[in-house]
Design a protein around this ligand. Structure first.
Ligand code: T6T
Length: 327
């Protein structure tokens, strides 16, 4: 009898605890973490704004936590700290296709759904049952191969279809910039036989390094016609290098990404074309997708967002200028 009453008291306490936890949970806001490639990049700041807009609309708490540079060595500890806080879902721009697989698997094994935004792990083919990196639920990003092809066509048009060009890029192993370079080279090879693509210069996301590399290439190849800057810092640096060499408007620059400074660069003719991604859209649909999954809905495994091509001629149009990134 005594034993029975202790058991039933324990059972009652456990029910009360469960109900208490449930009631507390119902009042708690759902928490979605967004881990960018780095925190001080206008691209990810704009993505955060889009994510926040969706979070506000859905009554979700958004946590934005990242590292100061684009590097798996600094991103993984941030991810570990986020996993320890047990958010309801993680949105992340992984900084390396292979080095983030195992760290992200920890989140997956802990029951935290993972969606990658901007960049992917593995091949970016998720939920296939194949390979060791198919566990994220979805990938939301620009079509970066297409972006590279658009850049090639724009640069080819700027230089009249002939001459030497090169790609200023970050480092191998980043899905987005690898795909842009691949798309650029593919379009050049297939569509512009008069153009020679020189060896890619890798700048580690350092605009100063990209500027001095541009000048190094120009010293070796004085008839250089153009450069494709494959992300914000590569493009900014390559354009600065062209300017420092006194070659503004002579060596043509096609820039991926559209920070505020691109407006001046387009207007002065230092940059011919800027390919703006739609990072706010990526962040918005990242949060909406996580929310849909967490509330029992199925979600698309891949969502592609668009580009806006910005030139001197259209940068004054508010419908175009709205795609310039927030700082
Ligand atoms: O180009 C974006 C992003 O898409 C890429 O993955 C990394 O670089 C940027 O953040 C721009 O700096």
């Amino acid at each position: 009898m005594k034993r029975r009453s202790i058991l039933s008291a324990a059972a009652a306490a456990s029910v009360a605890l469960t109900m208490g936890a449930g009631a507390a949970k119902a009042q708690d806001k759902m928490t979605i973490a967004l881990i960018p490639g780095l925190t001080t990049d206008a691209f990810y700041i704009t993505m955060q704004k889009g994510a926040q807009a969706a979070a506000d609309a859905l009554g979700v708490e958004l946590v934005f936590q990242g590292a100061p540079d684009f590097n798996p060595v600094t991103q993984v500890p941030v991810l570990d700290a986020v996993i320890a806080r047990a958010p309801d879902a993680i949105l992340i721009a992984p900084t390396d296709t292979t080095q983030l697989i195992e760290p992200l698997r920890k989140a997956h094994d802990a029951g935290i759904p993972v969606i990658t935004v901007d960049t992917f792990i593995g091949t970016g083919q998720y939920q296939t049952g194949a390979g060791d990196a198919d566990f994220p639920l979805a990938y939301i990003a620009s079509d970066n191969v297409l972006g590279g092809k658009i850049a090639a066509r724009a640069l080819a048009a700027s230089i009249g279809g002939e001459g030497k060009v090169f790609v200023s890029n970050v480092k191998p192993g980043i899905s987005t910039t690898d795909q842009r370079e691949a798309g650029f080279k593919q379009a050049m090879a297939e569509e512009f036989p008069g153009i020679t693509v020189l060896e890619t210069q890798f700048n580690d996301n350092d605009a100063n390094k990209a500027a001095s590399q541009l000048q190094g290439v120009l010293a070796r190849e004085p008839d250089l016609k153009g450069v494709f800057g494959a992300n914000l810092f590569s493009a900014l640096g390559a354009a600065n290098g062209v300017q420092q060499a006194g070659q503004s408007g002579v060596v043509k620059v096609v820039a991926f990404d559209a920070p505020g400074s691109i407006v001046d660069n387009l207007n002065t003719g230092l940059v011919d074309v800027a390919i703006a991604q739609h990072p706010a859209e990526i962040g918005y649909f990242g949060v909406v997708s996580a929310y849909a999954h967490l509330t029992g809905n199925s979600i698309p495994v891949s969502i592609g967002t668009g580009f806006t091509i910005i030139t001197k001629d259209n940068v004054g149009d508010p419908e175009v200028a709205k795609y310039i990134y927030s700082e």
